[in-house]
Design a protein around this ligand. Structure first.
Ligand code: G6P
Ligand code: MG
Length: 213
């Protein structure tokens, strides 16, 4: 028996390694604009929506951009990203991801997905796991990107579960903040030095076990 009634997962960097594809696509775009880009800076972009990420990147450069230029750059990044995800298959599920989803449902809990990526449905379909979720938040309907709690609260509401009965799983600093500010239990996937607000941190979903929380 778990004390939770639902587990709400992030997608990029938790279920599959698309966090790396976002990194590659942003790096290509940033460098074409002469903006320095590395893994450490990328950490601030995880969980942040497309335009928000672009603003953070361009703020490191020396010139200003019109809204039309920004929209064109965001579109270019998205095309780089879509090229990278086009060849994904179920083999791109991270180790332990499918087992974790199965464990949650077998224990009678609901499963939700809370990604601010507008490509999330495409990625889920490529991985063949859309039907493993009782509710997937449509990022196009979310006004506030993580770290705002809106997306996790929306998932909980549509699953019919109170936030306090939900466990959220995230690889991003902004994502863990979103879970905590929604009033949920946060399991971080990554390093405890980075995900300092998480209630527990595991290195990957291979170590996910409901009985630990
Ligand atoms: C996720 C990723 C971010 C990405 C965002 C928007 O939150 O962690 O790195 O920028 O989704 O993704 P999109 O596919 O809509 O550009
Ligand atoms: Mg993520």
């Amino acid at each position: 028996m778990s004390r939770f009634k639902a587990v709400i997962f992030d997608l990029d960097g938790v279920i599959t390694d698309t966090a790396h594809y976002h990194y590659l696509a942003w790096k290509r775009l940033a460098e074409s604009e002469g903006v320095p880009f590395d893994e450490a800076f990328n950490e601030h972009l995880k969980g942040v929506d497309r335009m928000g990420s672009l603003d953070l990147i361009l703020a490191r450069g020396s010139r200003s951009y019109t809204q039309d230029e920004k929209l064109a750059l965001a579109d270019t990044k998205n095309r780089h990203y879509q090229q990278l995800i086009a060849t994904m298959t179920p083999d791109d599920l991270l180790p332990g991801a499918l087992r974790a989803l199965e464990e949650v449902r077998a224990a009678g809990l609901k499963t939700g997905l809370a990604s601010v990526s507008k490509n999330a449905f495409t990625v889920l379909d490529r991985l063949g796991i859309r039907d493993r979720f009782d509710y997937v938040v449509d990022a196009a309907r979310i006004a506030n990107s993580k770290p705002h709690p809106e997306i996790f609260l929306t998932a909980a509401q549509n699953l019919g579960v109170a936030p306090g009965d939900c466990l959220g799983v995230e690889d991003a600093v902004a994502g863990v903040a979103s879970i905590k500010d929604a009033g949920m239990y946060a399991v971080g996937v990554g390093s405890p030095e980075v995900l300092t607000r998480a209630d527990r941190v595991i290195p990957s979903l291979q170590k996910f076990s409901l009985q630990d929380y």
